[in-house]
Write a protein that binds this ligand. Sequence first.
Ligand SMILES: *Cc1c(COP(=O)(O)O)cnc(C)c1O
Length: 491
Amino acid sequence: MSEPLLCELSVPGRVGFRFPEVDVPQAPLPEGMLRQELPLPELYEVDVVRHYTRLSQLNHGIDIGFYPLGSCTMKYNPKVNEEVARLPGFAHVHPLQPEETVQGSLALMYQLQEWLKEIGGFAGVTLQPAAGAQGELTGVLIIRAYHEANGQSQRNKILIPDSAHGTNPATSAMSGMRVVEIKSDGRGNVDLEALRAECDESLAGLMLTNPNTLGLFDENVEEVVRLVHAAGGLVYGDGANLNALLGIVRPGDLGIDVLHYNLHKTFSTPHGGGGPGSGPVGVAEKLVDFLPGPLVDIIEPGDDEEPPLYGFVYPKKSIGRVKAFHGHFGMMARAYTYMRMHGKEGMRMISEYAVLNANYLRARLRDVYHVPYDRICMHEFVAEGRWPDIPDIQALDIAKRLMDFGFHPPTNYFPLIVHDALMIEPTETESLQNLDAFADAMIKIAEEARSNPELLKTAPHNTPVGRVDEVKAAKELVLCCGFRSTDLSSK
Ligand SMILES: *Cc1c(COP(=O)(O)O)cnc(C)c1O
């Protein structure tokens, strides 16, 4: 299948717009703005709309089908979130407007900060970071600033369990920290012996993902936190997996000092395709003064007649601003709407169903796919995408074959501590029928792997683009309008 390029559809003289009569004095454009050499296609509006609509249908998205991409929490994005984010009063504000003219937006940000504090068990929250990874950077910079303020600038070592997301070591390295890996024990918990051995004078902190990337709640989390604190370190919580904990466990109550939330995962703001995301950071009391500024606060309390007056404040020892203006406000409006629509009871149900759905799939698949750390999981679990009796078949083949059944593949080859990992996160928004259809497809693929392995090796067969040569695709990126779906296919 080959899509024509827009430039191939071009016919000289066709236009898709008509300007109204000029009713202001004409002025020449500044020099250099008009470029004759740009090969812009000439098309009717309908040609352009059809072209892009067709292209959009070549892709898989959460509005099309099941998307069990582990760690990414690809839950359905309720459309009411979009309606609220598009309200003119929110969509059309300018970040340089005087504070008294954007009180509604500030009220929303303030309330969101308060709810995130409550959900996470923290004393302060910044909404600035643009994504989880930037939240991590913010958090580790706060940890560094805290140690420096205490005359402990020799603390430059960050411990990271081997089950961590790749952003954790990257963030620590970017913050000028030394990264030391801690191995997991046989049950998928942080190995306490390995941790003890690294608890010394140079310890700045530990970055803990809980539940971890195996989808497991660390059974020794309180001991882990105690050991790090006793050695003078702080505990960073990677909150990307908060979808398992809402209304059940508050990371702050476990002793975690600083944590990022992924609004685009847990709180259903859309992601994939490059963002924008939002990665607020919550901190314990002792770190509040280090938060990036400005934060939204109540400047004058309201009363029966007047609402409170909101404004911006700067924490005393702030690490400074981490994002232009105030972060991705559209994401805040969506997350706020999601929280209000669900309410307190709904929040807890989100996590209960996310955990139930993951355990249902784990129970349906564990006899067919080896689950190496096989205990009650949280919102996701990791299976092996290989079998000892068919060494030729790998996780990649299973993932590609799943696309023929209309499912997005699970995350594969991550976490690294499981061979040929298939990391499956169904989320709470899938029905029992959808879960069963996915499990049936996985079981069928396991049968095909033995009866007709070639079918897996050459998959996918029903998608617009066939099996991509991944090395070539990564080394020879084709990102311009010259893309054709057939260029990428090895078929
Ligand atoms: C997604 C994720 C991150 C990074 O978050 P981004 O918003 O993608 O930057 C970090 N840690 C874990 C465990 C994640 O799943």
